[in-house]
Design a protein around this ligand. Sequence first.
Ligand code: NAI
Length: 330
Amino acid sequence: MRDWLKSLGHEYIVTDDKEGPSSEFQKHIKDADVLISTPFHPTYLTKEIMDTAKNLKIAVTAGVGSDHVDLNAANERKITVAEVTGSNVVSVAEHVVMTILTLVRNYQPSHEMITSGNWQVSNVARDCFDLEGKVVGTIGAGRIGYRVLQRLKPFDCKELLYYDYAELPAEANKAVGARRVEDLNEFLSQCDVITVNAPLHEGTRNLINKDTLKHVKKGAWIVNTARGAICNAEDIAAAVQSGQISGYGGDVWNVQPAPKDHPWRDMQGPRGRGNNMTPHMSGTSLDAQARYAAGTKEILDNFFHGKPQTPANVIVENGQYATKAYGQRK
Ligand code: NAI
């Protein structure tokens, strides 16, 4: 990226010093025409920072998920927000399946038993189940949610469910055989495993909280690789700790980096089970990085040459949400 941008005569500043008014980011954003950021260690582009960014024309998310940008404020200022749609959806789907399996099979405490020099099989086997025969449901059956369903198909789950605004196209659903449940609470009450694969917007913020958790089956597992703020941190930690749910896993936190005292860092269920959290890394495998770097370059090339962006990559443009935009029904 650096050589390419230099060859076009642009100045390219790279920094991870982002906090506070004297940070490199806040110093340089005042002159920048373009901001590139990732969701993994996000640069929060707030209204206040946009007020200082008088030249900013486009904010590119190198990855998928642009909720770290105040999208309404970007619209007011006619700043384009674009992301590299589809670039890391397989990477995330693989991580979801891994997290489901490691939770259901109680992998983490079993591994820790070995590294701490112990061998008490019954202590870990009592929280270990098969995925076969379980009901697994996804909140959001878009690019990632659908890929999760595809990958779960061979596990012979009792049933695959989805909760989404949109019905899956008939042909796509034929391949996975998932049943749509239109009411959230009904959906939650039927799943042994719930995976969250919807964007963060006004309609999904705090969607899983102490009230909706009441509808979740006792002992279910929840996996969230979408956005941390979709699940209420304190309510999830309390449900894991009390054993109301058997575990929670994923890689997304509200906010990132997660503060040292974030309740998901050290929550634990009975017998040390139920915490399969990682830092936000599912969508940034090296394979994914190559794809979203190429996609970022393409977005910039379109911008520099006044060419239209690929519609699926556009989140907001010309003061409006694009069709794919967050919270809007497709
Ligand atoms: P997508 O746009 O293809 O699919 C999202 C689906 O969620 C759509 O079918 C939409 O109708 C549905 N949806 C939206 N609001 C909903 C609601 N209130 N209830 C139920 N369904 C709803 O997006 P994609 O590519 O599948 O990504 C989903 C999210 O995953 C991203 O927005 C991002 O936040 C997150 N993500 C996380 C990554 C990671 O590294 N952990 C990497 C990539 C994406």
